[in-house]
Design a protein. Structure first.
Length: 260
């Protein structure tokens, strides 16, 4: 672990000397909509993830929908499917690399996001940036979106009908981006993506699938700001996400004959 990464971990409130872990035996790549249980206590602290080599891996399949970001963004910005549009300042579409390998999905816009039109700004956004940097990723290297595109009043939990009306937009974003891995932040994102009411604490340490894309669950940055003692667990989740990501990258390189 380099000095810069240690600085980011310290910003997260994590003592790096406590992360003395040993390598994991492997990751199951089989495609099922179910949990993949792998012990986080056995994952080694990895080096920073290198910048994606996009030219070596196809970005989409022949069955992918046409890449029409402008139309999708226009529909989100002018959406009136549910009552949330009545009080929004603006819809919060998403931000980041539209060919990102990593996709981060949160709950819904808050007051700052509603004003700025960008997900994860303010204190929670700053902490998310630190979490990404601790993994060797810059904010602009990932794509960040939310389950909902409009802010619920008083930051209340999204209602089922609101999630349902917004779901098609998120699915379209995922299909256009074709990410290699989804990081679900918090209860609302995890439960809606995985169709479960299981608590985040029980969804951690496992690999799930959404549209054949691996999903790793961890705590929402806003929750971590309130519960600093959980930051160490969040870092373990990020270690596990990087382990899964590296396994996928290795498999793709092997399939292309670029790695023996």
């Amino acid at each position: 672990m380099d000095t810069l990464q240690q600085q980011y971990l310290q910003a997260l409130g994590i003592q790096t000397w406590e992360l003395k872990l040993t390598p994991e035996t492997g990751v199951d790549d089989s495609c099922k909509v179910s949990a993949r249980a792998h012990s986080l206590e056995s994952i080694q602290s990895p080096v920073a993830v290198p910048e994606p080599q996009r030219e070596s891996v196809p970005r989409s399949s022949p069955n992918s929908p046409p890449a029409d970001w402008k139309t999708l963004q226009y529909r989100v910005q002018h959406c009136d499917k549910c009552s949330l549009h009545q009080n929004r300042t603006q819809a919060v579409f998403g931000v980041g690399d539209m060919q990102a390998r990593w996709m981060v999905i949160g709950e819904a816009p808050g007051a700052d996001e509603d004003l700025q039109g960008e997900p994860f700004v303010g204190r929670a956004g700053q902490l998310l940036n630190e979490m990404l940097l601790a993994m060797g990723l810059k904010r602009e290297q990932v794509y960040i979106a939310n389950i909902l595109k409009c802010r619920p009043p008083n930051n209340r939990d999204p209602r089922p009908e609101e999630v349902q009306q917004c779901e098609g937009y998120l699915q379209a974003q995922i299909q256009l981006i074709q990410p290699r891995l989804i990081l679900a932040l918090g209860r609302i994102a995890a439960q809606n993506l995985l169709r479960t009411d299981t608590a985040v604490g029980r969804l951690r340490k496992q690999r799930f699938e959404y549209c054949d894309i691996p999903v790793i669950v961890t705590y929402h940055p806003a929750y971590l700001l309130r519960s600093g003692k959980e930051k160490r667990k969040a870092w373990q989740d990020l270690l596990y996400a990087m382990q899964v990501y590296r396994s996928l990258e290795k498999k793709e390189l092997e399939q292309q004959g670029l790695l023996q």
